[in-house]
Design a protein around this ligand. Structure first.
Ligand code: PLP
Length: 367
C-alpha cells in the first residue's frame, strides 16, 4: 500500500463546475476585484462569523495588511511562537516591528504563560498562531491581552474550518489573517488569503490599502499597494468552501482513528491530548516520536510519506539572529523539533491507510 502525503492531484480531479464558472468570469471580464471576489468575501465573512472579509493575494500579505491596519511598525514588539511557518515572523519584520519568539505548549501551540513572561513596555500585540490547524488557548490569551492592553492578531492561516467552543479562528483578535495556499484546508489552486475584522474603520482602510489607497479610479486617498486576490482564485475558493465541512470531517475521522491506533505505542510515539470543544483542521497531524529520523526513513521505505514541520525552529534560523527577540526559555520548541513527525491523514485517505501507517509504526518499534 502507498500512503501519499500530497493530495493535490486528487483534489482537482473533478473541475467541471469550476471551469463553467471560469468561462462566465472570462466573459464578464471582471478581472480585478469585482463581483466574483466580492461574492467570496461575503460568503467567507458569513462562514467565519465576522463582519468584514478582505481577500488578498496570499496569507503573508493578509498578515502584513492586518499589522499595518492597526498601525504596527518600528519600535513595536509583537509576541508570537517560535514554531510556526516563516511568514508569521516575516510579516512582523516586513512592517518594521520586532518579533518576540516564545515557547509553545505540549499541543505545539503558543503558551499563554510564555506570552506573559515576554511582555515588555514595547509590546504592542500578540500574534497567536493556529498552528497545524489546531488552536491555542484563546480565552487565556484574550485575558492576558485585556489585562495588558494589547491587541491580538490571529495567524489563522491554517485554521480555516477549525472551531473552538463554537467560534472559528479569526473571530477572537482585532484583525485576523487566513491563507488559501494549496497546503491549507481551503485550497485555491494557487495563492490566496484574506483578512477578517469586526471593526468597520479597519475594514474600510484595508479595502483601500489593498488597492493602492484608491477611493476611485482617479483619486488616491493615501499610498497603498496591490494585494488583491485574483478572481479566478475567488471562484475556486467559493467551490472549495462548499466542500470544506466534508474535507474536515474526513480528515478528522482519519486523525481520531490514527490517535486510537497509535495509543498502543504511546511510550514511543505520542499525539497531543485533543482539547474538548476544539475542532482541528488537521492540516498537520503531528506526533512526537522516539528515533524520529530512523522512523521517517523506515516509513519512506514502506511507502508512507511523512514530513517534519519543522526540523529547524525559527529561533535557530540564520535569519532570527537579526530583527528578533528570542525568549531564553524555548524548552518545548527545541525539544519537540527533535521528535516531531507529521503523518498523512488527508481527506483522500481512509481507515485502511490509517491501519497500514499504524502497523508499519508497530513494526518499526518492535524491531
Ligand atoms: C501558510 C502560512 C502562512 C502564509 O501563508 P501564504 O498564503 O503561504 O503566504 C502564514 N502563517 C502560517 C501559520 C501558515 O501556515
Amino acid at each position: 500500500m502507498r500512503v501519499n502525503y500530497n493530495y493535490l492531484s486528487n483534489e482537482f480531479s473533478e473541475t467541471d463546475d469550476i471551469f463553467q464558472e471560469w468561462k462566465e468570469l472570462i466573459a464578464s471580464t471582471d478581472f480585478t476585484l469585482g463581483s466574483y471576489v466580492e461574492e467570496f468575501e461575503l460568503l467567507f465573512a458569513d462562514y467565519v462569523g465576522a463582519k468584514h472579509c478582505i481577500a488578498t493575494n496570499n496569507g503573508t500579505d493578509a498578515l502584513i495588511l492586518s499589522l499595518k491596519s492597526i498601525g504596527i511598525g518600528i519600535g513595536d514588539e509583537i509576541i508570537t511562537v517560535a514554531n510556526t511557518f516563516y511568514a508569521s515572523v516575516g510579516a512582523i519584520v516586513a512592517v518594521g516591528a520586532t518579533p518576540v519568539l516564545v515557547d509553545c505548549d505540549e499541543s505545539y501551540q503558543i503558551s499563554p504563560t510564555a506570552i506573559e513572561e515576554a511582555i515588555s513596555s514595547k509590546t504592542r500585540a500578540i500574534m497567536p498562531v493556529h498552528w497545524g490547524g489546531a488552536s491555542p488557548l484563546m480565552d487565556d490569551i484574550m485575558s492576558i491581552a485585556a489585562i495588558h492592553g494589547l491587541d491580538i492578531i490571529e495567524d489563522a492561516c491554517m485554521g480555516i474550518g477549525a472551531s473552538l467552543q463554537g467560534k472559528h479562528p479569526g473571530t477572537f483578535g482585532r484583525v485576523n489573517a487566513f491563507s488559501m495556499h494549496p497546503l491549507k484546508s481551503l485550497n485555491v489552486m494557487g495563492d490566496g488569503g484574506m483578512v477578517v475584522t469586526n471593526d468597520d474603520d479597519l475594514g474600510v482602510w484595508m479595502r483601500k490599502y489593498r488597492n493602492h489607497g484608491m477611493i476611485n479610479r482617479d483619486t488616491i486617498e493615501f499610498w497603498g499597494v496591490n494585494m488583491r486576490l485574483q478572481p479566478l482564485q475567488a471562484v475556486v475558493a467559493k467551490h472549495r468552501l462548499r466542500a470544506l465541512k466534508e474535507t474536515i470531517c474526513k480528515r478528522s475521522e482519519n486523525a481520531y482513528l490514527l490517535d486510537d491506533l497509535l495509543s498502543s505505542n504511546e511510550d514511543r510515539i505520542k499525539v497531543p491530548v485533543r482539547k474538548a470543544g476544539h475542532q482541528e483542521t488537521f492540516s498537520l497531524y503531528m506526533a512526537l516520536a522516539d528515533k524520529r529520523d530512523e522512523l521517517l526513513r523506515f516509513l519512506a521505505n514502506v511507502e508512507v510519506e511523512a514530513k517534519i514541520h519543522y526540523p529547524t525552529p525559527l529561533n535557530k534560523q540564520p535569519a532570527a539572529q537579526k530583527n528578533c527577540i528570542i525568549s531564553p526559555n524555548l524548552k518545548n520548541v527545541n525539544s519537540q523539533a527533535q521528535r516531531l513527525i507529521t503523518l498523512p491523514v488527508h481527506q483522500y485517505l481512509d481507515s485502511e491507510h490509517m491501519k497500514y501507517i499504524s502497523a508499519q509504526i508497530d513494526q518499526f518499534y518492535s524491531l
